[in-house]
Design a protein around this ligand. Structure first.
Ligand code: NAI
Length: 224
């Protein structure tokens, strides 16, 4: 199947396969059956086969998967071999947390600069990466050609900056701001990250366990 025809749900499972295979490889496991992999990952063996078949299928009947080979193949599919130059906008609480806790190089990214409007932050370094004045972003992009921007800024700032960044060659956004970038931009890859959405989904699922009866859910009063 051509890469462009693979469903987003399959693509979203790839990093998880990748992570599990990495752990297996780190633990010295050379080969694994689709049944064993499925038990560890909480998926069905047929789901795993279907997912991997989207990219040609990598297992062998009676052998299963070679862990290292499959890990390398998924790395290639994810495009992890080519580090994408990346800038982070907004070196506040979230920007710092993302910078300090994310292993960008393991995921195919290279953080080359951070930007903020707060003069007291400019010139500081986080994890060896310098914070520059936000007004210099265009100049920086023309010189260093980053392809990706991580947005850790308020909604209004993201709205204003997105167009500027795109005009300077940014092709992908890891967007933590509450501005929903996909609404306005075609041909740009966007991953919107909303921790609040994930928490609300958890809320729904807990609620579902507590009262599976839909009517009861609708008649319930929200908490004060
Ligand atoms: P913060 O106030 O600690 O940091 C925001 C930083 O952005 C500040 O350093 C500020 O000077 C800078 N900034 C503002 N306008 C800018 C611009 N035009 N260019 C460059 N820098 C600019 O806030 P925090 O906690 O880091 O959150 C940042 C944003 O992320 C907030 O708007 C918040 O709503 C959002 N957020 C989203 C989450 C999510 O799950 N998507 C989770 C937490 C926060």
């Amino acid at each position: 199947m051509a890469k462009g025809n693979v469903s987003l749900s399959v693509i979203r499972r790839l990093p998880r396969y990748h992570r599990f295979l990495r752990e297996l490889s780190d633990n010295g496991i050379v080969r694994i059956s689709s049944g064993d992999l499925s038990k560890r990952m909480g998926l069905t063996a047929s789901q795993i086969r279907q997912d991997l078949n989207c990219f040609g299928g990598f297992g062998q009947q009676g052998y299963g998967y070679n862990v290292k080979d499959l890990y390398d193949e998924i790395s290639k599919i994810l495009g992890l071999g080519i580090p994408r130059k990346t800038v982070l906008i907004g070196a506040g609480n979230l920007g710092r947390a993302v910078t300090q806790h994310m292993d960008f190089s393991a995921r195919g990214f290279q953080l080359i600069g951070m930007f903020d409007t707060n003069p007291s932050l400019i010139g500081q370094k986080i994890g060896g990466v310098e914070i520059y004045d936000s007004s210099l972003i265009g100049e920086f992009c023309e010189k260093h050609h980053p392809a990706v921007a991580i947005l850790c800024i308020p909604k209004e700032a993201a709205y204003e900056l997105a167009a500027v960044l795109i005009s300077h060659g940014i092709k992908g956004f890891w967007n933590f701001s509450h501005y929903d970038l996909t609404i306005d931009y075609d041909g740009i890859a966007v991953e919107n990250v909303h921790l609040g959405d994930s928490l609300s989904t958890l809320c729904y699922r807990i609620h579902e366990l507590e009262c599976p009866n839909g009517e009861q859910r609708l008649n319930e009063q929200p908490p004060n």
